[in-house]
Design a protein around this ligand. Structure first.
Ligand SMILES: Cc1cc2nc3c(=O)[nH]c(=O)nc-3n(C[C@H](O)[C@H](O)[C@H](O)COP(=O)(O)OP(=O)(O)OC[C@H]3O[C@@H](n4cnc5c(N)ncnc54)[C@H](O)[C@@H]3O)c2cc1C
Length: 472
């Protein structure tokens, strides 16, 4: 049994860092992991897994109730959402995977220390307030992975009832009939899509000039077009004026104002869901006492191997700059562990991290947008192909959207891929790999894709980069 107070690696925060814990065990390190709540962190308990479980039912409901008749299904008119049953499935899916992480920790002989951890030195942590009692734990290496929490908007602080964040939305066992969602980033548009499929009246309010402002503008335009067709009211360049907020017994009224205040729209809803991003949880973990660690607006500064400025102290996941995504966090954890174990991992390249938003139509991207590529000094050429021209998309009945490649004009090397449409999240795997190996549009086109499949959108969009797509 490893000494419960001395490890080769100690991890503070048991979210996606658990993958790094497994890698460390594989490499023969003794590992301690400090967690004050449930293993799996935000992703498993309050993020990816429960939200996608709900979105799966939203998709199923849409397919049966809205497309059933066209697909030759009779009797679907009586089908209704049973939200308590769905909530039960959501919780079962979460429980299964949290238990799975517990099992993996045992299997890999990772010592889980239950309690709140505070740094007492660059490689030591004081654990307390939990099942493991009061402990001072030291390690040769320490990895910080304390994650993030929803960001609040001044004047729109969550009250858990009328103004909520994704944390409370995920815990609810009903669908509010009228919802205003503030923030049209990944989390906001997923909830907008889901609530709409569940029959809610949805208003999406975004301060930037377009929805999904971090995605390629053409993707945002397509999403807005489809969302409007689906009956989602979109207010871009706007925000809720907190001065006008009036909370009633069971509803809340306010004005939605454009940024310049020129246009104001009165609104009354049952719930305001604030989805304006996440803030890193680095307050109160004792970082200020550690020499050499830089913290910028809460984010811990790290290099491409996830090293902080203090020796043997690493940080990963939502507390470091970059995409706040589960697979990014787990990949960072693996790179950090391999580095501290004296291996030679590939450094982190944030531009190779795929991003997926599970609204309908789905969105997925990797690398640079056309705008970003030009701003970075590339001369670019682009090619797009619409799903509507693809046999499989017609068969599936999801014809909105397109795939778009951004390539270097001279070499044809892919700089960015942007997909909006059915199964975009699955389709992004191939472009991610192509971009990792500096593949070109011509090479994607050369790769023969089975017919009829959705991935056929990729060679067509790649051919379109040189104006040679077949089915347009
Ligand atoms: C609604 C929603 C949907 C999402 N959907 C997706 C998605 O589809 N795909 C995707 O890739 N990402 C998604 N994300 C983002 C993803 O959940 C995060 O990027 C990921 O969980 C970050 O992992 P992490 O390990 O950095 O932090 P976390 O998962 O937040 O884990 C941090 C852990 O540290 C623990 N902790 C913190 N401080 C201490 C302390 N002092 N002592 C002990 N323990 C501590 C916390 O309890 C927590 O368990 C979603 C997020 C949300 C909110």
């Amino acid at each position: 049994m490893p000494d419960p107070q001395r490890f080769d690696l100690l991890i503070l925060g048991g979210g996606m860092s658990y993958v790094g814990a497994i890698r460390a065990a594989q490499l023969g390190l003794s590992v301690g992991l400090v967690e004050r709540d449930k293993l799996g962190g935000t992703c498993l308990n309050r993020g990816c897994i429960p939200s996608k479980a709900l979105l799966e039912t939203a998709d199923l409901l849409h397919r049966v109730t809205e497309q059933g008749a066209e697909f030759g299904l009779a009797g679907h008119e009586g089908i209704q959402l049973d939200y308590p049953a769905l909530a039960k499935r959501r919780d079962a899916v979460v429980e299964k995977h949290v238990n799975g992480v517990e099992f993996l920790m045992k299997k890999n002989k990772v010592t889980v220390l239950r309690g709140n951890g505070v740094l007492s030195g660059p490689t030591s942590v004081r654990v307390g307030g939990g099942e493991s009692g009061e402990l001072e734990v030291t390690a040769a290496n320490l990895m910080l992975a304390t994650g993030s929490a929803p960001r609040a908007l001044p004047g729109l602080e969550p009250d858990g009832r009328l103004v909520i964040t994704s944390d409370e939305a995920l815990a609810r066992d009903d669908v509010p009939p009228r919802v205003a969602i503030v923030g049209a980033g990944a989390i906001g548009v997923e909830w907008a899509s889901m609530y709409r499929d569940f029959g809610a009246e949805v208003s999406l309010i975004e301060f930037a000039d377009r929805v999904v402002p971090l995605e390629d503008p053409e993707v945002g335009k397509e999403l807005a077009r489809v969302f409007r067709r689906r009956g989602i009211a979109i207010h871009v360049g706007s925000t809720i004026d907190p001065e006008t907020l009036k909370k009633g017994e069971s509803d809340v009224s306010f004005q939605v104002a454009t940024r310049d205040g020129a246009k104001r729209t009165e609104m009354t809803v049952d719930v305001v869901l604030v989805a304006v991003g996440r803030r890193p949880l680095t307050d109160g973990i004792g970082l200020e006492a550690i020499a050499g660690v830089e913290v910028d607006r809460g984010y811990v500064t790290v290099d491409e191997f996830m090293r902080t400025g203090a020796p043997n102290l690493y940080a990963i996941g939502d507390i470091v700059p970059g995409f706040a995504l589960a697979h990014v966090a787990s990949h960072e954890a693996v790179v950090a562990v391999e580095h501290m174990a004296g291996h030679d991992p590939e450094p982190i390249r944030m531009e190779l991290m795929p991003r997926v938003t599970f609204c309908r139509p789905q969105i997925a991207s990797v690398g640079l947008t056309e705008e970003e590529a030009r701003a970075a000094g590339h001369e670019v050429k682009t090619g797009s192909f619409p799903f509507r021209a693809l046999g499989k998309a017609t068969i599936v009945g999801e014809i909105d959207g397109f795939a778009k490649f951004v390539a270097d004009a001279g070499s044809g090397i892919l700089l960015g891929t942007h997909i909006i449409g059915p199964h975009a999240g699955d389709l992004i795997a191939e472009p991610s790999f192509a971009q990792m190996v500096d593949g070109t549009a011509a090479e994607v086109a050369m790769n023969v894709h089975a017919h009829p499949t959705l991935p056929e959108v990729l060679p067509e969009a790649a051919l379109a980069v040189d104006g040679a797509a077949f089915h347009v």
